[in-house]
Design a protein around this ligand. Structure first.
Ligand code: PLP
Length: 360
């Protein structure tokens, strides 16, 4: 097995941009209207139509979207917000920003998603919101999270286009939050959106996004997206379902190539669809060794969550998250991954285990 030359390393994430994407951006540059304008409105409408929601408000990032979602839900000082421990820090930042108290819940190690029985245990009179991400593209247990009497904020940054009982995620909670960071499913560089079926909520988020020219003063911030970013979003959304098909095809190839190895591959219960934002497998032993072995082959495999939130907060009692952190490894998966690149990755993972067997 030869290593790839340094120039052809296979990154963990790679954008898949087309000529139409570049044309869309050039159109905005040529028109000369760079800031929030027509393209942002088009992007919001197209995304709301894609999900079947009343409307959306495009913002500068997914973290900004989470912050605004908590603000319009009325979460403030002394309130509690439920969120998983196995997730990136964006969620914790948003909770801390509104001065609420984070109540962390462990993940279900089989799906990596928030464990609904853990959610029920931390609910109390101060709970004002639940933030539920659909990790790596697999919907969380929405049926269980919905009927708890607490507003549900669906963080769909990993799962735009995946379905639960046939319905798109993002349409189950009071609010849907998206991120369009450069490594996400739909990538505008930086960017995010809050979507909802409530006109009142959408109007209030629009109000909070812009700091100037309001009749009355209140503390706001500049959370706007540019038309350059939005044009890129509109263009990518047009082919989004094809991009998801490509992701599913790649996931099936990994499954065929890796299923006989001692790894736990991602699976999805029959009532929900996985869109494979990440292909995360559980490596029972030697995760670091497999990662280094792939690195020598020019393949960047990564731990999908940098550090679980309970470790930042010095909390213990999250065995599911600890287990996932210790054993979950994410392989490159994106529509621009070529067949040759994927075969190379599969061969090297197989090679790792055939070598293991021969080591006494
Ligand atoms: C990326 C991400 C965010 C934050 O989005 P940014 O656009 O990077 O601010 C929030 N939640 C999840 C699940 C994410 O993956």
């Amino acid at each position: 097995m030869d290593s790839l030359p340094e120039t052809s390393r296979i990154p963990h994430s790679r954008v898949s941009l087309t000529r139409s994407d570049r044309r869309a951006v050039m159109g905005v540059l040529e028109a000369g209207a760079l800031a929030q304008g027509e393209q942002v409105v088009s992007f919001e409408r197209a995304m709301a139509a894609y999900l079947g929601l009343r409307g959306g408000v495009a913002v500068s990032s997914g973290t900004a979207a989470l912050h605004l979602a908590l603000l319009v839900t009325g979460v403030g000082e002394g309130d509690e917000v439920v969120l998983p421990s196995y997730v990136c820090t964006a969620l914790l930042h948003a909770v801390e920003y509104v001065r609420a108290r984070p109540r962390l819940v462990d993940c279900d190690p089989a799906t990596y998603n928030i464990d609904p029985s853990g959610v029920r245990k931390v609910l109390g009179p101060k709970t004002k919101a639940i933030i539920a991400p659909h990790l790596f593209g697999l919907p969380a247990d929405l049926e269980e999270l919905q009927g708890l009497g607490v507003p549900l904020i669906e963080d769909c940054a990993h799962a735009l286009g995946s379905r639960y009982h046939g319905r798109p995620v993002g349409t189950f909670g009071e609010l849907c939050v998206l991120s369009f960071y450069a490594t996400k499913l739909l990538a505008t560089g930086e960017g995010g959106m809050v979507l909802s079926n409530s006109r009142r909520v959408l109007d209030r988020i629009r109000d909070l996004r812009e700091y100037d020219e309001h009749p009355r003063y209140r503390m706001r911030f500049n959370y706007k997206m540019t038309d350059i970013q939005a044009a890129l979003g509109v263009s990518q959304l047009r082919r989004f379902d094809r991009a998801l098909d490509a992701r599913r095809r790649l996931a099936r190839c990994y499954e065929r190539g890796l299923r006989s190895l001692p790894l736990s591959l991602p699976s999805s219960p029959p009532d929900r669809s996985h869109i494979y934002y990440r292909y995360v497998m559980r490596v029972r032993g030697g995760m670091g060794r497999l990662q280094r072995h792939l690195d020598r082959a020019g393949v960047v495999a990564r731990r999908p969550v940098y550090r679980p939130l309970h470790r930042y907060l010095d909390l213990t009692g999250f065995p599911g998250s600890d287990e996932a952190w210790a054993h979950a490894l994410s392989l490159p998966l994106y529509p621009s991954l070529t067949r040759g690149e994927q075969s190379h990755i599969i061969r090297w993972v197989q090679g790792f285990y055939s070598r293991e067997e021969t080591v006494p």
